[in-house]
Design a binder for this molecule. Structure first.
Ligand code: XUL
Ligand code: CO
Length: 431
């Protein structure tokens, strides 16, 4: 045991408890025939909770963690503290980037040895822990070698470095029993078209993703490969802009049956969508995978990666997740960091516990909305005209036959209320 969390004990479910307990998240509560824990599949993000120093664009490190530093001993201490937090939170999953868990090293080979050693260490910790790996990923955006792109870099040596890195990270994800492998292309985009061969860069990105999928099959990794869309930041324009853009990209490279989406609330908003729009679209395209449940500040307009705190928003998101059939390999990852003034160990626990409770409340509301059925029956009723044989035949016909019906049958559409206010009032019964 480290002394980082001092006498903090594992949190319990207690609807009338004090500050450090779950008031709504009850892992064993049965909802729609499944335990709440198995529906929500919460994950802690190693990078924000254990690797992020608390900087913002105007100031550097605020957190002083005893494991900060680039040695293997400190990397092991970081893992020790991480697993202690997983136990305090009783969280079923965690996620990492390679860079979060190991010292960089001065060569690729040294970094690889550090990484493999720490993956062994994490594996040994997982033997006495309930917490599993939701996904692994590679950080191909922080180091200066990636400043002009990862797989989309004009320099083929960077492409090679990325191939070696992703191979290593998929191997480690596989070894640790990870359920997904994520690719988020923070530098896969451009700053100015004046120096960018956009066509070539997209081809490189497409081939790289094909290589990832080929490798997954080669080693028998049966987790899902997930792409995480984001429109911009850090790049001015990122190729994986949003779900619709990524779907077109997957189709172009024949990957639409191989790759699914990891959809982040904050990224959806940056792309000018709602979270539930991105979820519903991915579901309708058959590429829904997992979620990063972290929000941005609506005023600051950039990616602030905050823990969720809005039950109605979360409810509408889980409503779409449930309609998509819920999570299979995916889960709810808190890709969220504390505010930089939240210095204390207890803040880390409170941030996650509060987020888990918010999600539990939103999720229970979503279940009630679905079980109540009014929303779905009103939606179905809105489209009920399409159940008629004439309407169905029209879809199989052509413009001419549709046009002929208009005069032959005296068609004269009667506008009907969309009932938005009534629907919103119905949602308000549950949230
Ligand atoms: C960045 C982001 C990443 C990915 C993993 O905005 O969301 O943390 O989730 O690389
Ligand atoms: Co994310």
């Amino acid at each position: 045991m480290t002394d980082f969390f001092q006498d903090l004990k594992p949190l319990q479910f207690d609807p009338n408890g004090g500050d450090l307990c779950f008031r709504h998240y009850n892992p064993d509560e049965m909802l729609m025939g499944k335990r709440m824990e198995d529906h929500l599949r919460f994950a802690v993000a190693y990078w924000h909770s254990f690797a992020w120093p608390g900087g913002d664009p105007f100031g550097g490190q605020t957190f002083e963690r005893p494991w900060f530093g680039e040695t293997m001993e400190l990397a092991r201490l970081k893992a020790d503290v991480a697993f202690e937090m997983f136990e305090i939170l009783n969280v079923p999953f965690f996620c990492w980037h390679d860079a979060d868990i190991r010292p960089e090293g001065s060569t690729f080979a040294e970094g690889r040895r550090n990484f493999e050693e720490i993956v062994e260490y994490i594996q040994s910790k997982m033997e006495s822990s309930e917490t599993r790996l939701l996904w692994g990923t590679a950080n191909m955006f922080s180091h200066r070698r990636f400043m002009a792109g990862a797989a989309t870099n004009p320099d083929p040596d960077v492409f090679a470095w990325c191939a070696a890195t992703v191979k290593l990270c998929i191997d480690a994800t596989h070894k640790l029993g990870g359920q997904n492998y994520v690719l988020w292309g923070g530098r896969e985009g451009y700053e100015t078209l004046l120096n960018t061969d956009l066509k070539r860069e997209r081809q490189q990105a497409g081939r790289f993703l094909q290589m990832v999928v080929e490798y997954k099959h080669k080693i028998g990794f049966d987790g899902a490969i997930l792409v995480e869309p984001k429109p911009q930041e850090p790049s001015k324009h990122q190729y994986d802009y949003d779900v619709a853009t990524v779907y077109g990209f997957l189709k172009e490279f024949g990957l639409e049956d191989e790759v699914k989406m990891n959809i982040e609330q904050g990224h959806a908003i940056l792309a000018g969508h709602s979270f539930e729009h991105e979820l519903a679209l991915a579901s309708s395209l058959g590429i829904f995978g997992s979620i990063d449940m972290n929000r941005n500040d609506y005023q600051s307009g950039w990616d602030t990666d905050q823990f969720p705190n809005n039950v109605p928003e979360v409810a509408l998101a889980y409503y779409e997740v449930l309609k998509a059939g819920g999570f299979s390999t995916g889960g709810t990852n808190f890709d969220a960091k504390l505010r930089r003034q939240s210095l204390d160990p207890v803040d880390l626990i409170a941030g996650h516990a509060g987020a888990m409770d918010i999600c539990a409340r939103g999720f229970k509301a979503a279940v009630q909305m679905l079980e109540d059925g009014t929303l779905e029956s009103m939606r179905a009723d809105r489209y009920s005209g399409w159940n008629s044989p004439e309407a169905q035949q029209m879809l199989g016909g052509d413009l001419v036959s549709a046009a002929e019906r208009v005069e032959a049958e005296g068609i004269d559409p009667v506008p009907r209320s969309g009932r938005q206010e009534i629907l919103e009032n119905i949602v308000n019964r549950f949230v």
